[in-house]
Structure formats: structure tokens, C-alpha cells
Design a binder for this molecule. Structure first.
Ligand SMILES: C[S@@+](CC[C@H](N)C(=O)[O-])C[C@H]1O[C@@H](n2cnc3c(N)ncnc32)[C@H](O)[C@@H]1O
Length: 471
């Protein structure tokens, strides 16, 4: 038996008392130890199979395998059978990750996300947040069909699948209802791809040509790669899908069929259409409606005036950069910083016509302060390694950091630059709470926080916070 196979010796019957950050429900074992449980709902009595249970562990983790007293918030049917924990347990397998709230109604999912945000903001920033988590316009009734991006891992023999939460046992999948209809129709999980380690599928919401990117396994023999290339190039031509590939030994991305990138677009009222190229390994928002919802929220929050200077930190391929560039006009300027070489090259290309936009590649902390907090954490010298880029004085700062949030140094540098408004876009409520707390202590007032359900059927949630200086 492997560690991940069902094991009734490690099961408990637990009452779930609430929701915790990270997609877990909270409960206590009979001897009082906290147990974080996935796939349940507050108030339920459930049988839980423990997945982490060290004697010395501060807390344990587990998955629901049977619901003894169900919550009224449970759906009749999980929209994605492969991710349904209860039927998975009945079939003697693990549920795949990626839809850990799918057993609940969308309203209940949003209520849990709301309560996590409220709790984190209260606990970490002393903010009494009374907002709601808004569904995106045009969201489907069951929260499926939204993922324009999907990644699959591949077994040694070339079968594509997905991992259960905190497990290395890849499970082949036969469908993925969270993906857009375009991706479901292509069903990349049906491909047999020996030689590949991972597949990334991107299908822009505007219906333009999708792209399949293949990350090859290390040191593949040329015959395996040629055979894979031939088959996928044929598949790509037949289905009008671009195919690209990269081996770990080679930084260059090869185009095997079609185009080397996808084309994303957005209609800005009164401004026409904005267009972005996004490379196979570059960043783009996942939900088909996310770019529109976030650009609207950021522009409303930022109240950018013509002639102003805007910083767009962690800019990705330039989603907010392009919108801000229109808002400031050619009398103003936008200073964008993006760390990933691929994504910053996309941003440069996307904004190459806008002479009032400067895209800088690098770590935001290093660009703004000349110091590298990551290196310092690992014991390197505190000294300035390289001079910081000279950033123009901002009126507005937009930042959209990764899940870990912004480094302390970044918040200090933003504060020191004295913009009138900061717009913080966050995909992690705990990092948001911590960073808003830090900015509040520097004299910033949080004037508004809006939350969006950009990831239906998962525990993830996005928030846009607006801060103005406390006069
Ligand atoms: C959440 S994405 C936001 C991108 C963009 N705002 C959008 O909506 O498309 C965060 C971006 O920050 C970049 N990033 C992560 N850590 C960084 C760092 N320390 N310095 C600069 N960029 C970073 C990532 O490569 C990614 O493109």
C-alpha cells in the first residue's frame, strides 16, 4: 500500500466548526488537536481520512471520505467527479486537486471566501470589512467553463493527469469541466505524450488560436522528441492549435506548429481594443472574465488623471500597464516592473508602441531599493548590489504581487515615493491582510476593498484594495 491509498486505521469522525485560510475546514480531534479538513462544510459531521498526522505535528490534515450530517450548502452533484472526495473514497482513489469547494453551492463557496477575507483583514490589519465576494458577469450557473489556462502533469509513459492535494500520485483525468469549452473540446488530457513532463494549455477567451506548450523531460533522446514533435504538430494543424516545446537543457522555446504565442484582447469603453501577446510560459489571468473585471476595478479604484505617472508593479504581460497607459495619455507616463524574463519580454513587446511606457525587467524590491530581500534572507550581505533603476515619481501605484505578497522593502519604497493612491490587487487574503496592516501603520487608509470570485469551485479569491494617504 502507498501512503496515499485509503487506510481506515487513520480515520476520525469530526464535527467541522468553521473555515480556515487555504481551503480547509477546522475541527478538533477527540484529544483536542486541530485538524484541517478538506472537502467539508462548517457544521457538518464527517468521517475524515487523515493525510498528515505526525505525533509531534502542531495540527493534522485530512480529507472527508463520508458525510454523516451534511450541510444544507452541499450540492447534489460535484461538477467534476474526479475532484469529488466522497465518490473518490468510495472508488478507493484520491480526489484530484483544483476544485476543493466544488461540493458546495456557489453562494456558499463565496460566503466562505468572504469570511476568510474578513477574518484575515480583521486579524492582520484591524479592518472591519463588510464586503461581499462578487461573481463575474456571465459566470456559469455551476462555476464551470472559466479556465482559459490549464496545466497537466505527465507520467513517464506519457499519460497526462493531475495531482491530488499534497500528493505525488498523478491521476489520469478524462474531463476538466472548469476549463473553457474550447479546451474541453480539445481535451489535451487525452493526448499520449511520452517524453513530456508537463503540458500547458492556453485558449484565449476571444476565441483566437489556442496554444499547447510541452515541457520536455530532461535528457530525452532525439528520436523520442522527434516522434512527439511529429504527432503534436499534426494534432496542432488538425485542430488549429499552436504547439510549442521546451527542454530543460535549452532556454529556447521551439514552435512545433502555428504561432509562438497567444493573442489576448480586451475592449476598453471609448478606447477601442487592447491587445497583448502572451508567451507559452508567460503570465495571464486564468478566468475568461478576469482581465475585464480587474481592469475595470483597478481603473475605478485608481482614478488616474491624464498627465499622471503610474507605477505598475508585478506587471505581468502588461494588462494594467496598457490600461493605465491609455488613462494617463501621452503627457503622462507608466513605469512597469516584471520579474519573469519571458513575461517582461511580452510586456515590452506589448507596450513597444507606447513611448510613454517604460517596462523594466527585474525583482520589484531590487528595482525600487537596489537591495535583494531574498538574498538577504539567505545570509548574503546587506549592501547595495547594483544601483536601483531611477523610477519616476508616481501619482498612483498599482501592485499585483504573487501569492506571497509584497516584500516589506517594496511597501516602504512605495510609501516613500508618496503617491496619492495605491491600488493593491491580491490573490491571497493573508498576504493582503499583512500588507494592508503594514501600509496602515505607515499612515495609509484603506478606503475600499472589493472581492471577486475569479476561481469558482476552488477556495481561491481575488481582492482589489484602494489606499489613500491618511491626512
Ligand atoms: C499575479 S501576477 C500579475 C500580473 C498582471 N498584473 C496581470 O494581471 O496580468 C504577478 C506577476 O508578478 C511577477 N513577479 C513575481 N514575483 C516578482 C518579483 N519579486 N519581482 C517582479 N515580478 C515578480 C510574476 O512573474 C507575475 O507576472
Amino acid at each position: 500500500m502507498t501512503e496515499d491509498q485509503p487506510d481506515t486505521a487513520h480515520e476520525l469522525t469530526l464535527r467541522l466548526t468553521g473555515v480556515a485560510h487555504g481551503g480547509h475546514m477546522v475541527s478538533r480531534s477527540p484529544e483536542g488537536r486541530v485538524v484541517f479538513v478538506r472537502h467539508g462544510a462548517p457544521g457538518e459531521l464527517v468521517r475524515v481520512r487523515l493525510t498528515d498526522q505526525g505525533e509531534d505535528a502542531k495540527f493534522w490534515r485530512g480529507d472527508v471520505v463520508e458525510v454523516l450530517e451534511p450541510s444544507a450548502d452541499r450540492r447534489e452533484r460535484h461538477p467534476w467527479a474526479a475532484a469529488d472526495a466522497v465518490s473518490a473514497a468510495q472508488e478507493g482513489r484520491l480526489p484530484v486537486g483544483g476544485a476543493e469547494f466544488g461540493h458546495l453551492t456557489l453562494e456558499a463557496q463565496r460566503e466562505l471566501k468572504r469570511s476568510v477575507i474578513a477574518e484575515q483583514l480583521d486579524h492582520l490589519a484591524g479592518i472591519d470589512w463588510r464586503g461581499q465576494v462578487a461573481a463575474l458577469e456571465g459566470e456559469s450557473a455551476d462555476g464551470t467553463g472559466w479556465r482559459t489556462r490549464l496545466h497537466l502533469n505527465v507520467t513517464e509513459d506519457g499519460t497526462a493527469g493531475m495531482y491530488p492535494h499534497r500528493s505525488n500520485d498523478l491521476i489520469p483525468i478524462t474531463d476538466m469541466p472548469l476549463a473553457t469549452p474550447a479546451i474541453q473540446e480539445l481535451a489535451p488530457w487525452q493526448l499520449s505524450v511520452p517524453g513530456a513532463a508537463r503540458l500547458d494549455m492556453a485558449a484565449p477567451a476571444n476565441g483566437s488560436q489556442p496554444l499547447l506548450h510541452v515541457s520536455l523531460r530532461p535528457r530525452q533522446d532525439p528520436d523520442t522528441v522527434s516522434a512527439l514533435r511529429r504527432r503534436l504538430a499534426e494534432w496542432g494543424s488538425e485542430h488549429e492549435v499552436s504547439v510549442t516545446a521546451q527542454s530543460p537543457e535549452d532556454r529556447e522555446i521551439q514552435t512545433w506548429a502555428g504561432e509562438p504565442s497567444v493573442r489576448e484582447t480586451l475592449d476598453l469603453p471609448g478606447e477601442g481594443q487592447l491587445t497583448w501577446r502572451v508567451s507559452p510560459t508567460g503570465f495571464w489571468q486564468i478566468h475568461r472574465g478576469a482581465p475585464q473585471a480587474l481592469v475595470d476595478a483597478v481603473l475605478t479604484a485608481a482614478q488616474i488623471q491624464p498627465g499622471e505617472t503610474v507605477w505598475d508593479l508585478y506587471s505581468g504581460a502588461g494588462l494594467f500597464t496598457a490600461a493605465a497607459a491609455r488613462a494617463v495619455g501621452t503627457e503622462g507616463q507608466v513605469f512597469a516592473v516584471e520579474g519573469s524574463p519571458v513575461t517582461s519580454a511580452d510586456a515590452r513587446d506589448n507596450l513597444s508602441e507606447a513611448k510613454h511606457v517604460r517596462v523594466t525587467r527585474g525583482d520589484v524590491a531590487r528595482i525600487l531599493t537596489g537591495r535583494n530581500p531574498a538574498r538577504r534572507r539567505h545570509g548574503a550581505s546587506r549592501g547595495q548590489k547594483r544601483p536601483a533603476v531611477r523610477a519616476p515619481e508616481p501619482h498612483v501605484v498599482i501592485l499585483d504581487p504573487p501569492r506571497s505578497g509584497a516584500a516589506k522593502e517594496v511597501l516602504a519604497a512605495i510609501d516613500a515615493a508618496e503617491p496619492h493612491t495605491i491600488v493593491y490587487v491580491a490573490c491571497d487574503p493573508a498576504a493582503l491582510g499583512r500588507d494592508l496592516g503594514r501600509l496602515s501603520r505607515r499612515g495609509w487608509k484603506v478606503t475600499n476593498i472589493k472581492a471577486f470570485d475569479l476561481y469558482p469551485n476552488t477556495h481561491h479569491v481575488e481582492a482589489v484594495a484602494v489606499l489613500r494617504r491618511n491626512e
